[in-house]
Write a protein that binds this ligand. Sequence first.
Ligand code: 6OG
Length: 159
Amino acid sequence: LEGPQPNKLLTLVIINDGSRVLLGRKKRGFGEGYYNGFGGKVEAGETVRQAAERELLEEACITAEDMTEAGVLVFTFDDNPQPWEVHVFSASRFRGEPTETDEMAPVWFNHMEVPFNQMWADDVHWYPAFLQQKYFCGVFGFRETTKLVWHTLEEGEVQ
Ligand code: 6OG
């Protein structure tokens, strides 16, 4: 018998300098071709924040100096029994130079020009809260991995 599975924990870091966001075009693996923040799976023995810092360094070659928790996203899939819980972080300052890696090619986008047609279907729903620095909690239901069929979104106060 299989009971409910605990959520799989992932991280997502978006650098936001106030007028632009730094995203990466994913070059391989899950979400290939999509623009997204930098992140990945939380590994055994590390905190969610440590994982966010590690993935940002691995995928963009930078270290955030003022990383804060921006929101939480839960993704459910009809073709995967385990929901994904993605912890989203924001930072405005960082050390290092954003550099293309095997995983990601970094690109800056003005807030008005975020390429939602080349991003996961949930992003268009929560970026407005993210850009206004409102804490958000969203739950998203996907079918056949990439088709968004329902969602809920709650927003908190300006941080
Ligand atoms: P790796 O497979 O590279 O981690 N991620 C998603 N991000 C958005 N915006 N929407 C989704 O809808 C996502 N599913 C996953 C979390 C995958 C990276 O992609 C993010 C991680 O940062 C389903 O280890």
